[in-house]
Design a protein around this ligand. Structure first.
Ligand SMILES: Nc1ncnc2c1ncn2[C@@H]1O[C@H](COP(=O)(O)OP(=O)(O)OP(=O)(O)O)[C@@H](O)[C@H]1O
Ligand SMILES: O=C(O)[C@H](O)[C@@H](O)[C@H](O)[C@H](O)CO
Length: 191
């Protein structure tokens, strides 16, 4: 099983990934570690990334998933995955990227089932005020609170066909992790 924790900056991806990893023993690929220094510097200056900045980053994360699938191993990825096409690229790699470049309808990629059953997105959902507050409290992170607004503007919440689990970030981290673990057997029933 591969779990991709998604959502805007400050929604709790890293926090939940660490707790989940402690419980299930799976490795974490922290998406921030896959950004180029240029991307990080851009965000640190308060400038939102654009599609083309994110493309190589998404492809690198796709390779992590592909490697884990090839090895038959489990893992946890933290990645904002803000747009549907980004999620397609993470899952499908270059196939998604070609569609991205040509601005085609992502739902038609290869006619493939979306998503693969052993790769699950978990959307950490919260309101802008809660997240802005948590970002203000957080220290030592390159991502400035000023980017919360653009993150919400870019966000395309996952739709039903993506079979994504939605977690309310108003709940304590431990509870969210319990629900994620429970949902491995009940995909689609936990919200
Ligand atoms: N469920 C929660 N309840 C209360 N506080 C939380 C919860 N989840 C995370 N936090 C706190 O909110 C802040 C942001 O969390 P975290 O850094 O994990 O978010 P993130 O999605 O990984 O951010 P980024 O995308 O910017 O790296 C942290 O200070 C964390 O301790
Ligand atoms: O703009 C985005 O797609 C995301 O915000 C990521 O680029 C960041 O890595 C992260 O969420 C900040 O820590």
């Amino acid at each position: 099983m591969i779990v991709i924790l998604m959502g805007v900056c400050g929604c709790g991806k890293t926090t939940i990934a660490q707790l989940l990893s402690d419980k299930v023993g799976w490795p974490i690929a922290e998406a921030d570690d896959y950004h180029t220094p240029e991307n990080k510097a851009k965000m640190a200056r308060g400038i939102p990334l654009e599609d083309q900045d994110r493309l190589p980053w998404l492809l690198a994360l796709h390779q992590v998933i592909q490697r884990w699938l090839d090895e038959g191993s489990s893992g946890i990825i933290t990645c904002s995955s803000l747009k549907k096409i980004y999620r397609e690229i993470i899952l499908n790699g270059n196939v998604g990227a070609e569609d991205f470049a040509e601005d085609k309808n992502p739902s038609r990629i290869n006619g493939a089932a979306f998503p693969p059953q052993n790769v699950k997105f978990v959307y950490l959902k919260g309101d802008k005020e809660t997240i802005a507050q948590r970002m203000q409290m957080r220290t030592g992170h390159f991502m400035p609170p000023s980017l919360v607004e653009s993150q919400f503007q870019t966000l395309e919440e996952p739709t039903e066909d993506e079979n994504c689990i939605i977690m309310d970030i108003a709940e304590p981290p431990d509870r969210i992790v319990e629900k994620i673990i429970h949902s491995f057997d009940n995909i689609g029933t936990v919200t």
